[in-house]
Ligand binder design. Structure first.
Ligand code: GH3
Ligand code: MG
Ligand code: MG
Ligand code: MG
Length: 346
């Protein structure tokens, strides 16, 4: 097994016992830490108008091997520019500086959503309780009183790096969960629930501003026969290939969802009847043209598509829009399948 040596300070930073693994980290542990944004790639920004203070901080940090990038600024404004332009993981900022001081710096940073997760530690030069309380009230993550001991500086920086890594990890997991909750696992298209949310937003927008909005209902023809002939598992592969063709057809603001078993919905904002029919025809042809391999090599599939476009006098609710697109799709089935039918303009 691959292992790398670590010292005790690194172990405590990543939450391991000092006796863990005899001073070595297994590659899976390293991998875990790196994936959640470990020390490699960490960047610190040090803002202080006194060069010797910045140097003292740098000398302390260099030995601890916590960062790969070190940024320095001699005033708050310059520091803010660096914070906006670089990927910074933690900020140490002096309180007393000419021009933009530490509190002004905090006031500039706090309202910016993209900077809110970056811990800011204020460096106060006098041990006055009001300054410390004010720092925390103004959204500083912590404070350090100058002159600080190297041990305390390192300990506080490590704690805040660890909290940030955990927060980043939590955020990533939440985003992943949100994506999973919106996605159909087989086809990786949006699921029906998420489609309804998008549909509501687009329906409202179209109703409000009168801009065209098209809904396409796409249903595989004789799909039961595909399952009966090749089995359910290969049937699933066919659904995935269909979804892939649908994704390839989408333009920037379009979206697609798996509406039911072998039925898909395409939402096309700002699209007139003519445009929607063109998209539908392109999709019909590309699905008819899919060439499968292996046991499915003899299979040819097709879809029937129903198109409904608003504004339309028969469409006043989302239910109307879905019902009419669905009815058009069933007309296409009745007229022989592998074709497109649209709701005639009012
Ligand atoms: P039509 O042309 O009238 O649409 O005929 P059809 O056979 O496609 O329609 P029908 O509604 O009779 O059958 C739909 C089939 O889709 C039956 C069902 O087993 C299959 N199906 C639904 N969901 C899935 C799925 O997730 N995987 C697979 N493999 N098959 C599915
Ligand atoms: Mg100062
Ligand atoms: Mg079908
Ligand atoms: Mg169906």
């Amino acid at each position: 097994m691959c292992a790398i040596p670590v010292d005790n300070s690194t172990k405590s930073l990543i939450g391991l016992d000092a006796n863990d693994k005899h001073g070595y980290l297994g590659i899976s542990t390293v991998d875990w830490f790196l994936r959640r944004g470990g020390w490699i790639g960490n960047a610190i920004l040090i803002i202080d108008d006194t060069k010797s203070v910045r140097q003292q901080i740098l000398d302390t940090l260099y030995g601890a091997d916590l960062f790969s990038d070190y940024f320095e600024s001699g005033n708050g404004l310059e520091g803010l520019k660096t914070l906006l332009n670089e990927k910074i993981d933690i900020v140490l900022c002096d309180v007393e500086m000419p021009g933009m001081d530490g509190f002004n710096f905090l006031a500039m940073v706090s309202p910016r959503k993209e900077l809110q997760d970056i811990p800011i530690l204020l460096l106060t030069s006098h041990n006055v309780m009001e300054t410390k309380v004010k720092a925390l009230e103004q959204a500083a993550s912590d404070y350090l009183t100058k002159p600080f001991s190297p041990g305390e500086l390192l300990a506080r920086v490590k704690v805040h790096l660890k909290i940030k890594a955990l927060q980043d990890n939590l955020k990533e997991n939440n985003q992943l969960l949100q994506k999973l909750a919106q996605t159909d696992p087989l086809t990786e298209l949006h699921n029906r629930r998420h489609m309804m949310t998008t549909l509501e937003a687009e329906f409202d927008r179209s109703s409000r501003v009168g801009s065209p909005f098209a809904l396409l209902m796409v249903d595989l023809d004789h799909f039961k026969q595909v399952n009966d002939t090749y089995g359910h598992q290969l049937g699933d592969k066919v659904l995935q290939s269909t979804a892939w063709e649908i994704k390839a057809t989408l333009r920037q603001y379009d979206s697609a969802a798996r509406f039911g078993g072998e039925e898909f919905a395409l939402l096309l904002p700002e699209t007139s009847l003519k445009g929607a029919n063109l998209v539908a025809e392109r999709l019909r042809q590309s699905i008819q043209g899919i060439e499968f391999t292996g046991p499915l090599s003899k299979l040819r599939i097709s879809v029937s598509i129903g198109v409904a476009v608003m504004p339309h006098e028969k469409i006043t609710t989302i239910k109307d829009l879905i019902r009419l697109a669905d009815a058009a799709m069933y007309t296409a089935k009745r007229k022989g399948r592998n074709r497109i039918e649209s709701v005639p303009p009012a």
